[in-house]
Design a binder for this molecule. Structure first.
Ligand code: GDP
Length: 298
């Protein structure tokens, strides 16, 4: 996902580390390259600009040009800044607020983003890694195939799904899931809401009604990481209309440029909690800013 960015950044910074003494002009040139590399990775313009500015200020403030290993200092500053823009020290990342049973988790996102797959992946993880009893329910009343898909995945990962009852609307299904979760002694119930091709009023109203009926402890937006700045726009819209507690970026195994990951936190203020890395049910990882920054800088 970050190959090109990684190559470009390493290239720009390597020139600095090979030099002995650095002038401020050397640092400025490298930072221009850093900014271009970020923009090419589809990072939003204000984020790329702030990034370069922050590095420049820190580099100047720490009198990098006078230090013994100036290039390495700049690399460290860029690394720390990457960690910050990716979401900081990761407090709460990878951990979901599901401690008070039955904890509702609302899964939202556009159609095709990987929402149903991700719901099943997370359910498997919660059940296997945290020993939670999980119930999943599909609220996609317009697409019976999507409901069936969740049931199939549920059987595959050994997680229960709410029996499908024809003719119920999304809120009725959500209430039934809540009741079933309480009666059945489940720790968590996950609601896989319907998606659409674009954000529209009807979709947002439905998701908001489900939210109001269940009071989710987590509202997780699933977005396709390959869509770059579009993913960030979708996140802003969902957050504005229904409120989200975190983001899951899918298809991070693909050859996207990584811009979504780098802009998401800075633009929306919401943490990326997990990333999807393939179609298999184990292909999900918690998002760790330190690790990703390390990977980007090689
Ligand atoms: P939904 O419409 O949002 O529920 O999307 P689905 O869960 O049905 O996923 C759409 C397609 O994307 C399926 O073929 C999934 O296997 C695939 N998919 C989901 N997450 C990932 C991922 O992280 N990486 C890859 N490569 N494919 C994914």
């Amino acid at each position: 996902m970050f190959e090109t960015l990684s190559e470009r950044l390493s290239g720009a910074l390597e020139r600095l580390t090979r030099q002995g003494a650095l002038t401020e002009a050397d640092v400025a040139t490298a930072l221009r390259e850093v900014r271009v590399a970020l923009l090419e990775a589809d990072v939003s313009l204000p984020v790329a600009r702030d990034f370069a500015k922050a590095v420049q200020e820190k580099a100047t403030g720490q009198a990098v040009t006078k230090s013994i290993t100036p290039g390495q200092q700049v690399v460290k500053i860029v690394h720390d800044e990457l960690v910050r823009v990716l979401g900081g020290d990761g407090e709460g990342i990878g951990r979901l607020k599901v401690d008070t049973p039955p904890a509702p988790v609302l899964m939202v996102g556009l159609q095709g983003s990987g929402k149903t797959t991700t719901t099943a992946k997370l359910a498997k993880r919660l059940s296997e890694k945290e020993g939670k009893r999980v119930l999943m329910a599909s609220l996609d009343t317009r697409r019976p195939a999507a409901m069936e898909q969740l049931a199939v995945l549920g059987r595959q990962v050994g997680v229960d799904t709410l029996p499908i009852v024809a003719g119920q609307d999304a809120v009725a299904i959500a209430k039934r899931a809540k009741q079933q979760a309480a009666l059945g002694g489940y720790d968590v119930y996950m609601l896989d809401t319907a998606g659409r091709l674009h954000v529209d009023d009807e979709l947002m109203a439905e998701v908001a009604a489900v939210r109001d009926a269940t009071g989710p402890h987590e509202t997780l937006l699933v977005v396709d990481g390959l869509t770059g700045q579009d993913a960030v726009n979708v996140a802003e819209q969902f957050d504005g209309r229904v409120g989200i507690s975190g983001v899951i970026l899918t298809r991070m195994d693909g050859d996207g440029r990584g811009g979504a990951a780098l802009s998401m936190r800075a633009v929306t203020g919401k943490p990326i909690k997990f990333v999807g890395l393939g179609e298999k049910m184990d292909a999900i990882e918690e998002f760790d800013a330190q690790r990703v920054a390390g990977r980007i800088l090689g």
